[in-house]
Design a protein around this ligand. Structure first.
Ligand SMILES: [Ca+2]
Length: 304
């Protein structure tokens, strides 16, 4: 009997020690390790394709951590009104808010994402009547609502026979992080943002041609800054209940009137560095248009 009690005690101590270590090191859920060893970070597979003038980069399977312990927005009622109108608040530590809980997300199947924001020239193959906010062919197409962006993706899908669509938030954040767990795809040093992004400090109050700042580690441009990018998801106030993989989270979420709020990502030429962070999220009505807001299409399966 005594021997059994000793064995049970040792087992309890061991299990507790492992659990404490797991939490302390913030390791991924045990299932991930058991199935795959340490989770691979994923990244570009090396495959690229061009569809109607749009270059897509294939992102491979793997795991990444989504979210942040900091928030660029207030999480209260006034903050949500400001979110709806795209007004940023300062970066604030958050125990609750729209970038938590930070969590592991799995890319179960490769997906494609455009190398750049969609440009005027690319968008106008679909809509020749599009009125440009920015004059250049290679400037990002703006004044496109979420519905316009959806319609473009559906047009390109039909024309190409490929599953072109808006990226999910998780796909977008994975592409933006490019393997980095810092505030930005290149790490935490805000001073380096000028190398990678057009934003308030260097834009001269205008959007710029795509691919005129440095690419991130996965060869993708302008995820940070230049123009905000629509994602497929409805806007939720936090990540509780979100999918464990990169599929778009479209069940539930915030509603304004009868309309679901949609998510935009990445900050813009007008915004401060804080809103260009990889984890920053803003919700908007899907019909909103403006010269700070565009998108980059994605393609491929998002369901496991
Ligand atoms: Ca952008």
């Amino acid at each position: 009997m005594l021997r059994l009690l000793v064995i049970a005690g040792v087992v309890i101590v061991l299990v507790t020690a492992v659990a404490v270590t797991w939490v302390a090191l913030d390791l991924p859920p045990p299932g991930l390790v058991l199935r795959h060893g340490l989770p691979p970070a994923g990244g570009p597979t090396g495959r690229r394709m061009e569809v109607e003038g749009v270059t897509f980069v294939e992102i491979g399977t793997g795991y990444f951590r989504m979210g942040s312990w900091f928030n660029c927005q207030r999480g209260d009622a006034l903050g949500r009104v400001c979110q709806a109108f795209g007004l940023p608040w300062g970066k604030q530590p958050q125990e609750s808010g729209d970038e938590v809980p930070v969590r592991w997300v799995e890319v179960r199947q490769p997906y494609w994402i455009a190398e750049t924001e969609l440009t005027n020239a690319q968008y106008e193959r679909y809509d020749p009547e599009h009125e440009r906010d920015w004059p250049g062919d290679d400037d990002p197409a703006t004044s496109v609502s979420w519905e316009d962006a959806q319609a473009y993706c559906q047009w390109l899908a039909k024309k190409s026979g490929l599953p072109v669509r808006l990226p999910s938030e998780a796909e977008w954040e994975n592409a933006c992080r490019a393997g980095s767990e810092g505030e930005y795809g290149f790490g935490d040093d805000e001073k380096r943002l000028t190398e990678y992004a057009w934003f308030a400090e260097n834009s001269g109050d205008r959007a710029h041609a795509v691919k005129t700042r440095r690419p991130n580690a996965w060869g993708l441009f302008d995820l940070h800054g230049n123009v905000w990018e629509w994602c497929a998801d409805t806007y939720h106030q936090d990540y509780n209940g979100s999918p464990e993989d990169v599929r778009a989270w479209t069940e539930g979420g915030e509603v304004w009137g009868a309309s679901p709020i949609r998510v935009r990502r990445g900050g813009d030429w007008f915004g401060a560095a804080v809103i260009c962070r990889s984890a920053c999220r803003v919700g908007n009505l899907p019909g909103v248009r403006g010269d700070i807001l565009g998108f980059r299409p994605a393609c491929g399966p998002s369901d496991p």
